[in-house]
Design a protein around this ligand. Structure first.
Ligand code: HSE
Length: 298
């Protein structure tokens, strides 16, 4: 049997649209074995609808690797146990894709390298910023060019914590991407290049006071904020409570604040704010996962 553990991820990180991403210590777990025939999908602890037929994302990701490897599988039993909330902007689909691909690669004789798996995964997901940290862990910068992915994963040993604020509603990535303009002005493009670069420099040099300027964004957050009731008030409250930088996680609706302390006071403050404002949100304090996906065979 193959076991795979894949971290949750948070993409964009403000200005780094389709480029920056980070892995968190919140996990999706798969147990997969090859059987004589058929497909059995068992889900445990899942927060949304998981397909139990061949349209299942883990299965489709496995099938893509089997196709590349020229492997004919007989049957499969897939058990999915995920603590990563679905369609909330925390990389649940990337976790399914990376987990399925790593398992299929192990079953079919490890014919694909990690860079090849990443390319297949980014093609399936449509962008590399979640799949890269899901595979490698850490804080990742990715760029894609004609299907090839350039990626650097940096391990964060900063002691930073991440307050991950998750609402009880979801926004599908497809809808959230549909809200974005086809073209942007040179001024907005230059604005984002400067902020995304500043964010990385601040993170790498430990200058936490610059992070809040580095998450400023003109490419996606202004177009997506209308999906989230109370968006501006939530951002203001996070900064009042000491956030070093607050951004929309991936395509949302989860909002992440970067914290330099342990985060207990921040979490309690945000929980009171949410309940006073009748927002049904929960707040978890997470750390960066520097390990990435882990596969074991038992
Ligand atoms: N970069 C992607 C987007 C992430 O913003 O649409 C989706 O989770």
């Amino acid at each position: 049997m193959i076991r795979v553990r894949v971290p949750a991820t948070s993409a964009n990180m403000g200005a780094g649209f389709d480029t920056l991403g980070i892995a968190f210590n919140l996990y999706s777990r798969l147990e997969i074995e090859e059987t004589e025939s058929g497909l059995e999908i068992i889900t445990v602890n899942n927060s949304g609808n998981v397909q139990s037929d061949r349209s299942n994302l883990v299965y489709r990701a496995m099938d893509a690797v089997f196709g590349e490897a020229g492997y004919k599988q007989r049957g499969l039993r897939i058990k999915q146990d995920s603590a990563v909330p679905m369609t909330r902007g925390l990389g649940s689909s990337s976790a399914c894709i990376i987990g399925g691909m790593l398992a299929a690669n192990a079953i079919s004789g490890r014919k694909l390298s990690y860079p090849e798996i990443l390319e297949l995964a980014a093609a399936m997901e449509g962008h590399p910023d979640n799949v890269a940290p899901a595979l490698y862990g850490g804080f990742c910068v990715s760029a894609s060019e004609n299907g090839k992915i350039f990626v650097k994963s940096m391990k964060l040993r900063s002691g930073l914590r991440f307050a991950v604020m998750i609402p009880d509603f979801f926004v599908a990535t497809k809808k959230s991407r549909g809200a974005l303009p086809e073209t942007v002005s040179l001024r907005d493009a230059a604005f984002n290049i400067s902020r995304a670069s500043l964010f990385q420099a601040a993170l790498v040099t430990g200058d936490w006071e610059l992070l809040r300027y580095g998450v400023e964004d003109k490419l996606h957050q202004p177009y997506r904020r209308s999906y989230i009731e109370g968006f501006d008030g939530i951002f203001e409250e996070t900064y009042r409570l000491g956030s070093k930088a607050t951004y929309l996680s991936g395509s949302g609706p989860t909002i992440v604040s970067v914290l330099s302390g342990r985060g207990d006071r921040f979490r309690r403050g945000m929980e009171s704010f949410f309940s006073e404002n009748s927002h049904k949100w929960r707040c978890m304090i997470l750390e960066c996962d520097n390990v990435g996906s882990v596969l074991s065979e038992i």
